[in-house]
Ligand binder design. Sequence first.
Ligand SMILES: *[C@@H]1O[C@H](CO)[C@@H](O)[C@H](O)[C@H]1NC(C)=O
Ligand SMILES: *[C@@H]1O[C@H](CO)[C@@H](O)[C@H](O)[C@H]1NC(C)=O
Length: 203
Amino acid sequence: MKLLFILSLAAAVSAMSIRPRQSGGNGGSNNDCVADGNTPQDDANNDSDNAADDTTNGGDVAVADDQTLVFFEIGGVPGNECLTFRNNGEIVDAACVNEAIDRQITPTSLNGQDVLRVQRTFTAGFRPDLVDVQACVGFNGTAFRAEDCNAQGIEFVTFNNGQLTASGGACASGHDDLAQVTVDTAGNTCATYTTTEVDATVA
Ligand SMILES: *[C@@H]1O[C@H](CO)[C@@H](O)[C@H](O)[C@H]1NC(C)=O
Ligand SMILES: *[C@@H]1O[C@H](CO)[C@@H](O)[C@H](O)[C@H]1NC(C)=O
């Protein structure tokens, strides 16, 4: 009886360890680039329990890198290539300041979908809808900007192969004369971004 119990426990454990690998295949190769960041961060959180990870990030452990990044637009405004969030949630090219929380974005998984979590917070004077909620990069039909991660009618944006792409195919196409991020709704002409891994600044 005891041996049988141990054998079935071993089978259950190996089934658990296989599952995240299989779902990780959905994540695309991009996430692999920053996957190295997982280990130290998990250690820092002292969260070695995979089952708990499954619960908090929708079961897709491999996709949730949770490595905070600063995005640099190739061909961006010279000297101001890094993406930043204005108080109203709009995204513009600005100077690269890795420690500035308004430059920081964290690819993660929420409610089972990949999102780009916005690290900065927003105030009622500019974005009452974003006070005390988690903001993600979203596409509202015209612009990529900070949106409530739980908002309805918003396409969420992910980072794939150097491009920022909404779930419906629109992509960030560069910037206008005011350094504001532009969108190609058809996803034909997409700007390319590189990223720098940074320590998330505490809000
Ligand atoms: C991690 O958590 C366990 C259980 O709470 C504790 O015994 C251990 O000391 C912790 N390790 C670190 C590095 O904090
Ligand atoms: C989408 O965002 C842009 C930029 O902030 C804004 O001007 C526009 O009104 C928004 N559209 C909707 C439908 O909320």
